[in-house]
Design a protein around this ligand. Structure first.
Ligand code: SPV
Ligand code: MN
Length: 589
């Protein structure tokens, strides 16, 4: 094995040895190519040791990408004002056209991003990180390499993913791995590009927002989703949470569009995952793992009363990166919805901030961006499940599909069957847009399984795989549709934030055969008697018949229109499985 001179010239002796130890030609080829094309000043190869982690953090501070805060271990990072969320318009999958997906012809997309990446790391240090998605040495494991000129990005990767240099060494030359190339570039957001090549590489340039730059998160999801569809498993945008039952813990998955209650749901039980899940069939059982080991969560609205666990993480010494919140002179942070006094001045993503400050269009700048976030390791959360690294995964008994829907969907309902749930709850999700993506707020969007932004195959193929996956299972998870956002005719929310505890308890009791149901046209709903009991037991609240009727009357006209819209969409997707249309037809009635 030989390291090409171009690459060798950027390495210290120690880094040279680290690369040699891998005994892997394809890693060397890949890195030589990046170095040749992006031209960094030097290359730091991470083994994932404590010293490496400390070095990256130090570099993040030295380059100014992170600023230390008052609480030890806490830092803050700012993205550009127009780089605060997932950038749909600038994200391309290189392939033939796929319905609902932003695609570009391969050569055109590659040419464009290569041009933007050429020399983009000049004068900067390049980091090379080795990671695993999923528990190491497990059947779920997928290896990946992140290359970036941003210490903030590699710091985030270190918090969010399992370091796996040792796995690369163990598997040696034959190892397959995903590749992520990121460069801050010139920082010109107008030239932001995120380009997904099914050859196994994702390129990202002129952006730092973690959803666009931290490769192993949503960029990897496009690659793993496609692989899952080809191999017969599921790679999903779902939390995994353990609900305590009478005798055992019941693990459930929860898919919600960003900003619609997924993280808070995952705090209401034992936390395995707050965002992503790999689900495989083993001996007839659906088993799930978290590809990640950290949380990149929305911070707006987190307060001590509603989110005590997250609150604690955000106020305890330990590793936390805040992004795009307000920082005060004394190194404190403030975010909207924290129920703390608003500081009179500070620094935020748009520079100096004071109450009433407006941008160039005269629009008031909030102290923290609505998509401001925190990055923290799972192990900091006191509800972290001890089975996070279980190589077999946890057995999934139920799947929740939740929407942000003001007009139609009942707070909680159980599907008649796996296929009914997959089609009428998962594949039929429509949800109001939130700040997690660039675009007009509150517009209703079709968002099947909360992953339309990440889908990388035809929806028909994706659903075929889903339905077939269920057929392999001896114990099919029950499926639930949830909606925490239903409003009455006057536009008032019909539920409070904490009510979701009751819906989760109902699911738990259903799984244990302790709660009853009422059969409706759209699914099985709780009875008034059970909910009255559960509201008392869980929240110590009275629950009135009238509330129940407002929340659980089936709005048939709205439902029918919803399913007509959904059917129309699927009838335009050429490879929609016939079963999907049949189930929708039956639902429309
Ligand atoms: C989400 O918005 O769903 C996230 C953050 O998990 S991002 O990485 O931007 O997708
Ligand atoms: Mn997400």
């Amino acid at each position: 094995m030989e390291i090409p001179n171009l690459l060798k010239g950027k390495l210290t002796d120690e880094m040279f040895l680290r690369l040699m130890e891998l005994k892997n030609e394809s890693v060397l080829d890949f890195l030589s190519w990046v170095v040749g094309h992006c031209d960094p000043e030097s290359v730091y190869v991470l083994k994932g040791t404590r010293e490496d982690q400390e070095y990256v953090k130090r570099r993040a501070l030295e380059t100014g990408e992170e600023i230390p805060l008052r609480v030890p271990g806490h830092t803050i990072h700012f993205d550009k004002p127009s780089d605060q969320a997932r950038a749909r318009e600038d994200t391309f999958i290189l392939s033939e056209p796929i319905p609902f997906v932003n695609t570009k012809p391969r050569q055109e997309g590659l040419n464009e991003v290569m041009e933007l990446l050429r020399g983009s790391m000049r004068g900067r240090e390049m980091f090379v990180g080795f990671y695993a998605l999923g528990p190491k040495s497990s059947p779920f494991q997928i290896l990946a390499i992140q290359v970036t000129d941003s210490p903030y990005v590699i710091h985030s990767e270190n918090i969010l993913y399992r370091s796996a240099y040792d796995e690369f060494v163990k598997v040696g030359g034959n190892v397959e791995f995903l590749r992520f190339v990121h460069s801050k570039g010139t920082g010109d957001v107008k030239k932001r590009r995120i380009v997904i090549d099914f050859g196994g590489t994702v390129y990202s340039v002129n952006t730092t927002y973690a959803g666009n730059s931290v490769g192993l998160k949503k960029l990897a999801l496009r690659l793993t989703l496609r692989r899952a569809v080809n191999e017969g498993w599921l790679s999903e945008h779902m939390a995994i949470v353990g609900l305590e039952g009478k005798e055992t813990t019941h693990y459930v998955t929860a898919a919600f569009p960003s900003g619609s209650g997924k993280t808070s749901t995952s705090m209401m039980g034992k936390l395995v995952s707050d965002d992503l899940a790999f689900i495989r069939e083993s001996q007839g059982i659906a088993r799930a793992v978290n590809p990640e080991i950290g949380v990149f969560g929305i911070i707006q609205g987190i307060n001590k009363r509603d989110d005590p666990i997250i609150w604690e993480v955000l106020h305890t010494p330990g590793e936390v990166i805040f992004s795009n919140v307000l920082m005060t002179e004394s190194g404190e942070v403030y975010w909207v919805g924290s129920e703390e006094p608003v500081p009179r001045k500070g620094i935020n993503y748009a520079g100096e901030w004071w109450p009433g400050k407006t941008n160039s269009e005269g629009v008031e700048i909030p102290p923290s961006h609505p998509n401001a976030r925190f990055t923290a390791p799972l192990k900091s959360f006191r509800n972290a499940d001890p089975r996070i690294d279980d190589p077999r995964g946890v057995e999934i008994e139920a799947m929740i599909f939740g929407v942000r829907d003001y007009t139609t969907v009942v707070p909680i309902a159980e599907a008649f069957s796996w296929a009914h749930g997959v089609v009428t709850m998962g594949a039929s999700m429509e949800s109001a847009r939130t700040s997690a993506v660039v675009g007009k707020l509150d517009e209703m969007e079709f968002n099947p399984m909360a992953l339309l932004d990440f889908i990388s195959v035809s929806l028909g193929e994706y659903l075929r795989n889903y339905l077939e996956f269920g057929k392999k299972l001896r114990l099919q998870p029950r499926i639930y549709g949830a909606n925490y956002f239903l409003k009455d005719m006057e536009g008032r929310y019909l539920n409070s934030k904490e009510d979701k505890r009751v819906w989760l308890r109902w699911i738990t009791e259903r799984l244990e055969g302790r709660a009853d149901h009422l059969r409706t046209a759209v699914g099985l709903i709780p009875t008034y008697e059970d909910l009255r009991r559960l509201f008392k037991e869980v929240l110590n609240k009275e629950y009135m018949k009238q509330q129940y009727e407002l929340q659980f009357s089936i709005r048939l006209k709205e439902y029918k229109n919803k399913y007509l819209r959904i059917r129309e969409l699927y009838s335009r997707v050429k490879d929609t499985p016939r079963e999907v249309l049949e189930i929708l037809d039956e639902q429309i009635g």
